[in-house]
Write a protein that binds this ligand. Structure first.
Ligand code: GLV
Length: 308
């Protein structure tokens, strides 16, 4: 009974011994150490090579080392019936909450303009409304989205949420798929934490941006494929959007000659909104896997048909 690990991290060996110590009854091996593919029952992966998982004929479960599972579903050779568990431990949720609140506050207090003024040695105070007069829209109300929305609410913002299915969150008006326009019309700062699916690909496009209040800002910590890049540049240049903070990109690392790097109204972070902490993330993965093997409920077992 073996478990295979595929990670891009330079700490692969550390992950292997960490997982091995947490799962002593299962032999843990790195992807390129597998000698007997038929012995592999479990896979713990981030961005596995296309077609790779299908070579493990006895695979019973795949664990995504992160909240998203799009990198696993991208492998079209993967049999439909293999369960996938995502990892959304408390540290991932907390980091996303911090990232979202930080960047919403930067937009809310117009601090990007203040920082630009500093570079020109300009003293340029701006009076901004209080949070109570600012509406933030959160797209994607999974575990991370709900927690970010609740934190924004606790900071005093008016918060509206949007997701495919119906959600009820205290003090937050939630809209469903057919109500996208009503949601967008209110969102002065739009935060995207959606999973990448066929329906969310390219969702951040010109048509959507036009429905936001003039001068709205966007923060994308979902997936790069959700954003139509040229539409973003054109909408920023027309001033319909005031700013975009982007953590995720179609190509990562973002190529050195990409126009986003130098656009004055774009802030780039290198996919750091919610990185997994190997110590606690490993424990979360082992806990979920043990529960799965014991036939217990695993909260983060995904609904593959819906892409999360
Ligand atoms: C990161 O992007 C994740 O899916 O956890």
């Amino acid at each position: 009974m073996s478990l295979v690990i595929h990670l891009k991290s330079a700490r692969r060996d550390w992950w292997k011994s960490h997982l091995q110590s947490l799962l002593p009854d299962i032999e843990c091996v790195l992807w390129d150490e597998v000698t007997n593919p038929d012995a592999i029952l479990y896979a713990v992966v981030w961005k596995p090579p296309a077609g790779g998982l299908a070579t493990f004929k006895n695979l019973q479960c795949i664990v995504s080392v992160g909240a998203g599972i799009d990198h696993v579903l991208a492998d079209k050779a993967l049999p439909e019936d293999i369960p996938i568990i995502r990892t959304t431990g408390s540290d991932l949720t907390q980091r996303m909450r911090e990232y979202v609140c930080l960047h919403v506050l930067l937009q809310h207090r117009q601090l990007m303009a203040t920082f630009a003024a500093q570079r020109n040695q300009q003293w340029a105070p701006a009076i901004t409304p209080t949070a109570a007069d600012r509406t933030v829209g959160v797209m994607g109300l999974g575990k991370l989205g709900q927690s970010a929305a609740q934190s924004l609410k606790a900071l005093g913002f008016k918060v509206v949420g949007w997701a495919r299915s119906h959600h009820q969150i205290d003090g937050i008006t939630c809209y469903t798929e057919a109500e996208l326009s009503r949601f967008l019309q209110q969102a002065e700062i739009l935060v995207c934490l959606l999973p990448l699916t066929d329906t969310t690909e390219n969702i951040l496009n010109k048509d959507l941006f036009q429905q936001l209040p003039p001068g709205a800002a966007i923060i994308n910590a979902g997936r790069g494929e959700q954003l139509v890049e040229q539409d973003l540049i054109e909408t920023l240049d027309s001033s319909q959007l005031s700013h975009a903070t982007l953590d995720v990109f179609r190509t990562e690392p973002l190529p050195a000659d990409h126009p986003f790097w130098t656009h004055p109204s774009i802030t780039i972070t290198p996919h750091i909104a919610s990185l997994i902490d190997p110590e606690s993330g490993g424990k979360e993965i082992a806990r979920n896997l043990k529960a799965f093997i014991a036939g217990k409920t695993v909260e983060d077992l995904t609904n593959r048909k819906r892409g999360y």
